[in-house]
Ligand binder design. Structure first.
Ligand code: F6R
Length: 266
């Protein structure tokens, strides 16, 4: 794992966008795995800026989102599909036919999930997966206790996640209880993974996920098994990392000696 401690959320966005841009220059038809939530919004903004100002091209890109609430139509202002349209898709030139967001209104969730897994395979697998992390350590909606080998499926959200999400809805009752989510096993098959976290409310769980034991109680800890993960946190989210000085030292050495290698894992 490479751990980068950025000064603030703005710097996270720039470093993450650099890595994504490098991926697209290296492979214009990359398959990107995308997350919703507050964390990646700055990165998406930076990508949009680069698309508009520097012509960063998404015309050959294919995307797969991690998750979607069950029961919300894609037009609902709190659906993840809507979120992605507003925060990224409508501002860049990714072809609509190449966009995949789990469909929360599928007649058969089971069939849909199997189809989604097949579509990822048909696209050649995910080249670069962007992740946030929940306060309970979830990646996508893989709540504590999810199998570390899990695949795309229906998941019941925890009370903590429902409470965290309530800020986006008028009342608690409106917050969906179920989601379709890629599994931990699905995520681990991505060739490269970028985990982003900012703010002090993420400090404890980031320390557990990166430096604690690998456990299904903190599904993000499964990322320790992956050979190419870059974690980008700000000072606040990295505040409880025991080996923070070492991570800074590694990053500075790389930046000084081999800038083109930045982003490659240890
Ligand atoms: C969103 C997702 C979730 C979020 C996580 C953090 O697609 O899969 O795992 O990444 O809940 O959310 P924020 O960024 O809002 O703190």
């Amino acid at each position: 794992m490479e751990v980068i401690i950025a000064q603030n959320a703005q710097e996270i966005a720039v470093i993450a966008a650099d890595l994504i841009e490098r991926q697209l220059l290296h492979k214009p038809n990359s398959v990107l795995g995308l997350a919703t939530g507050s964390t990646p919004v700055g990165t998406y903004r930076e990508l949009i800026r680069r698309h508009k100002e520097k012509g960063l091209d998404f015309s050959k890109v294919t995307t797969f989102n991690l998750d979607e609430y069950v029961g919300l139509p894609p037009t609902h202002s709190q659906s993840y599909r809507y979120f992605m349209e507003e925060n990224l898709f409508k501002h860049i030139n990714v072809p609509p036919a190449n966009i995949h967001v789990p469909y929360g209104h599928a007649d058969s969730v089971l069939d849909f999930c199997a189809w989604y897994e097949e579509e990822i395979k048909r696209a050649g697998g995910i080249d670069l997966q962007i992740l946030g992390i929940g306060r309970d350590g979830h990646i996508a909606f893989n709540e504590p206790g999810s199998s570390l080998g899990s695949r795309t499926r229906l998941k019941t959200l925890t009370e903590e996640t429902i409470k965290d999400n309530a800020r986006f809805f008028q009342s608690m009752d409106e917050v969906p209880r179920f989601a379709i989510t890629m599994g931990v096993g699905t995520i681990l098959e991505a060739r490269k993974i970028l985990l982003l976290a900012s703010g002090e409310q993420k400090a404890q769980i980031i320390a557990e996920a990166i430096e604690g034991p690998i456990t299904s109680q903190v599904t993000a800890s499964a990322l320790q098994l992956h050979r190419d993960v870059v974690v980008i946190v700000d000072e606040a989210a990295g505040a409880r990392l025991k080996r923070a000085d070492y991570y800074r030292w590694v990053y500075n050495q790389k930046r000084r000696l081999i800038p083109t290698l930045l982003g490659q894992s240890n």
